[in-house]
Ligand binder design. Structure first.
Ligand code: G3P
Ligand code: MG
Length: 247
């Protein structure tokens, strides 16, 4: 799999409300090749594109996402909080987001969000059938902070393109997870990057993906180590650096 140098975090979330269809169109309009989106299930089992466990931060409602039906979630305005220009934006289902991604020719890093108290099966049961056949494998990467999610996807699909997400420091035994899951990529919070570990990942033949990088000046030295991709709210901020790298 060839990952691009830049992936739009939650769509193009610097230009449109995160994890919405508008954020996908904004990414495609700006020439961003891939987007990262978060997926989780509503109370009625519908997979939707959403980051938080609650709806307050990114809508005009309040309460827990997993206590809403799709009909209730659709009542929420998920655009106005970002900018009045996006008033009327509705929460996107995974299916709707995939349709836009396919239509606009984007690649997708889909991040499975799972509360550590929940079982992974309902989320995976809901998501995998929607993904099947929706995008070619070379334009899809499935990631999660939850090894329960990744293990279960791997059990069901030996060829699923997986990314292991680490928060904070990459643990010393990261290779143990990698040998079991055979991921395409390791995703690291760039603030906790460690050069020795970064080199191990790259030498192991995996892509090294850094999130969420919004300051090109502070990140610049990491490119030399061999970082594959950066997930950014605003990939276009890196324009002058990518031009320099390409030359
Ligand atoms: O997938 C990378 C990044 O999105 C992980 O953190 O909290 O923004 O979903 P978060
Ligand atoms: Mg995410």
């Amino acid at each position: 799999m060839a990952l691009p140098q830049f992936i739009g975090h939650r769509g193009y979330s610097a230009r449109a409300p995160e994890n919405t269809l508008s954020a996908l169109h904004a990414a495609a309009d700006a020439g961003i090749a891939w987007v990262e989106l978060d997926v989780q299930c509503l109370g009625d089992g519908t997979p939707v594109i959403w980051h938080d466990t609650h709806v307050r931060r990114c809508s005009d409602g309040k309460g827990r996402l997993k206590e809403l039906t799709l009909a209730e979630a659709r009542q929420l305005d998920v655009g106005r909080w970002f900018d009045p220009r996006f008033e009327g934006e509705r929460m996107a289902t995974l299916k709707e987001a995939l349709d836009v991604i396919a239509e606009r020719g984007l690649g997708l890093n889909l991040e499975f969000k799972l509360d550590h108290r929940d079982e992974p099966s309902p989320l995976i049961d809901a998501v995998l059938p929607i993904l099947n056949g929706g995008l070619p494998r070379e334009r899809l990467l499935l990631s999660s902070f939850s090894n329960d999610v990744l293990d279960e996807i791997r059990q069901r699909d030996k060829k699923a393109p997986l990314g292991i997400l680490f928060s904070e420091e990459i643990p010393r035994d990261w290779l143990w997870d990698a040998e079991r899951l055979e991921p395409e990529s390791i995703h690291v919070d760039w603030r906790y990057m460690n050069e020795a570990r970064a080199r191990e990942i790259i030498e192991g033949g995996m892509a090294l993906v850094c999130y969420t990088v919004n300051d090109p000046d502070r990140f610049n030295d990491w490119w030399d180590i061999g970082v594959t991709s950066v997930i950014s709210d605003d990939p276009l901020r890196f324009d002058r650096f990518t031009r320099a790298l390409e030359n």
